[in-house]
Design a protein around this ligand. Structure first.
Ligand SMILES: Nc1nc2c(ncn2[C@@H]2O[C@H](COP(=O)(O)OP(=O)(O)OP(=O)(O)O)[C@@H](O)[C@H]2O)c(=O)[nH]1
Ligand SMILES: [Mg+2]
Length: 614
């Protein structure tokens, strides 16, 4: 059978997963009456992906494409476009022999477009450019095409790579054209795209006569068969009951017998008596297998080099909850349970690292960014874990005898009306303006260099100030000498100094002083952060106070109190918010911010540089 392996890569939201919908539907992967025919972003199957509307995990699927004279199996690898999940690209790009680079016709190439294209070119993949969303009113196709050309010129090392086909598409309705269509409303389909894949993406460099060899790129688990090792079969064939060696580079891990062999058919995994060289397959029977290891025939004990990964730049301390409410809401609350779960995560989420806290209890979990860490913690709490985390911190490095910190390039494209707000905010954060220009759709693009540390919390803040308008995208650019540190930008907090239940009466005072994070009737403990102060300092406040009764009727006085709805932060927003002297308590039911030291006396002693024990 003829096979093609193609990865779909792009900046976040440029329409990769939607384009895959069209490819699945138009190749009759589903029956006409199957539910998927009415679904969108079908591959974003995990609940958090659906909620957030983004792809988090790279996934592979396959379609059968019938051209004039042959049938071809096309394995499609859909990848996430958010920079925090770049580890997913690094893990899966080695299965592809070509890539479809999707670029939004209005937004043009953005930082992650550059990152993914660079990764694809490093793997020597043939590229098909798809300028997508040409139906957008603010599409600026010609200009975007030129910007893509510049990007290629900047990145290629081989002149042949400067020749690539460009296809124009409306992924959302499953249409693609080359050349640009006269009428985008005319009927159409994705034939042009499929034909380009057959023409441009080479068949896998398969050596079927050689001994079996496969690089493991993905793991999957189920209760019946255990662990599935998934990857491209680069050499030979593989059958059930075959004996294989598992290697990490050239180091032998063990010898195993393959149990079952699967190939993907649409979204399903189907058992096969023998896999074909070059196909993306799954095998069972190797319980301890890890991503990046090589499965090989014992006659040829050489493994592939380990997968190259960019290093994590942000870390967070995760430990067992120590708040007065610890253990009330979670199913798994002990340090041991949390550790075991984190170790399991590391098996598939290869962009993270986990190390015991050198300064005490808990584990330092490091990842690529705030969203990377937030998604992990959100998954844990949904599974019933309870824990506490500290403020996310950037990872510093000693380079040439000096301490350096990670820097990012942030690209902002926004309506000119907001330029002032942005410049002011980034000025405060000591960002350096690298470039600015206005494009034909009238928005201004600004590129700044800024330390990751000074960028923390920027996104939430600026999205509010610009009312969600504009594009913000960052790209890690390397380690540089420490930048000037920004003084704390956040206001002080309101801290409960009593344990009990909040009352509407007391919350009135909170409301006068700032913003409340809780409504009435909520259990609180001394040291819990219950609101944001209007001023810079923290203040302790009694939120459980009950109005002195003057007569029987005023027992209902709370009912008449007009309270603003509480400000409720998402987990990501909490991570942005939390300061060094605070902790975030994460349980399946609640997110509570607290002071590390619960009583005002302890905090005073710490402020004066004394030990906290009173
Ligand atoms: N106007 C227009 N919108 C589109 C088109 N294709 C996709 N979209 C929309 O763009 C948004 C993002 O689409 P996705 O397919 O999730 O994008 P993605 O590239 O997979 O995003 P990530 O995987 O998170 O990086 C969705 O709201 C789509 O409906 C198109 O051709 N035209
Ligand atoms: Mg997607």
């Amino acid at each position: 059978m003829d096979i093609r392996n193609v990865a779909i890569i792009a900046h976040v939201d440029h329409g990769k997963t939607t384009l895959v919908d069209g490819m699945l539907k138009q190749t009759h992967t589903f029956r006409e009456n199957e539910a998927e025919m009415d679904q969108t972003t079908i591959l974003d199957s995990n609940p958090l992906e659906r909620e957030k509307g983004i792809t988090i995990l790279a996934k592979n699927t396959s379609v059968m494409y019938q051209s004039a004279n042959r049938r071809t199996k096309i394995n499609i690898i859909d990848t996430p476009g958010h920079a925090d999940f770049s580890g997913e690209i690094e893990r899966t790009i080695n299965m592809a022999d070509g890539a479809i680079l999707v670029v939004d016709a209005a937004e043009g190439p953005l930082p992650q477009t550059q990152f993914v294209l660079k990764k694809a070119l490093e793997q020597q993949l043939k590229i098909i450019v798809v300028i997508n969303k040409i139906d957008r009113k603010d599409a600026r196709v010609e200009e975007v095409e030129r910007e893509i050309e510049e990007l290629f010129l900047h990145l290629v090392t081989n002149v042949d790579d400067l020749t690539y086909p460009v296809i124009y598409a409306i992924g959302r309705v499953g249409k693609a054209w080359d050349p640009f269509p006269l009428d985008i409303n005319a009927s159409g389909d994705l034939t042009m795209l499929f034909e380009a894949i057959l023409k441009i993406v080479p068949p896998p460099k398969a050596a079927s006569e050689k001994p079996t060899k496969m690089l493991v790129s993905t793991l999957d688990f189920d209760d019946y068969k255990g662990t599935y090792a998934i990857g491209k079969l680069l050499q030979g064939t593989i059958k059930p009951h075959q004996t294989i060696l598992l290697l990490e580079e050239n180091k032998k891990i063990g010898q195993y017998k393959i149990e079952q062999v699967f190939t993907s058919v649409g979204l399903k995994r189907v058992e096969t008596p023998q896999a074909q060289t070059g196909d993306i397959i799954a095998v069972t029977g190797i319980p301890d297998v890890a991503i990046g290891q090589t499965i090989t025939d014992p006659s040829d004990p050489t493994g592939y080099p380990v997968i190259k990964l960019e290093e994590p730049t942000l870390k967070i301390l995760v430990s067992a909850n120590t708040s007065p409410f610890a253990g009330r809401e979670g199913k798994f609350c002990t340090a041991r349970q949390i550790h075991a779960r984190l170790i399991k995560e590391k098996q598939t989420n290869i962009g993270i690292t986990i190390t015991p806290n050198p300064q005490g209890a808990g584990f330092v979990v490091a990842g690529r960014g705030e969203l990377h860490l937030a998604i992990l913690l959100e998954n844990l709490r949904r599974e019933g874990y309870e824990m506490q985390v500290g403020k996310p911190e950037v990872i510093l490095k000693e380079i040439d005898g000096a301490t350096q910190e990670p820097f990012e390039e942030i690209t902002i494209e926004i309506d000119s009306a907001y330029i002032g707000v942005i410049s002011e905010e980034l000025g405060k954060r000591k960002a350096e303006l690298l470039d600015t220009h206005t494009n034909t759709r009238g928005s201004t693009k600004m590129v700044y260099k800024i330390s990751s540390r000074n960028l923390l919390g920027f996104r939430g803040d600026i999205l509010t100030k610009t009312r969600g308008n504009g594009i913000f995208a960052t790209r890690f650019i390397g380690y540089f000498p420490l930048s000037a540190v920004v003084p704390k930008l956040r206001n002080g907090v309101l801290v409960s100094f009593e344990s009990g239940k909040s009352t509407g009466y007391a919350l009135q005072t909170v409301q006068e002083r700032g913003k409340s994070f809780i409504g009435p009737g909520i259990p609180v403990y001394a040291g819990m952060v219950i609101g944001l102060n209007n001023r810079g300092v923290d203040i302790d406040i009694n939120v459980c106070k009950i109005k002195k009764l003057t007569n029987i009727h005023s027992a209902n006085a709370d009912i008449a109190i007009q309270l603003d709805p509480p400000t409720v932060f998402s987990l990501e927003q909490c991570l942005d918010f939390v300061e060094e002297d605070e902790l975030l308590e994460i349980t399946p039911l609640n997110l509570r911010l607290r002071k590390k030291f619960l009583t005002p006396q302890e905090r005073n002693r710490v402020d004066r540089g004394l030990s906290a024990k009173v």
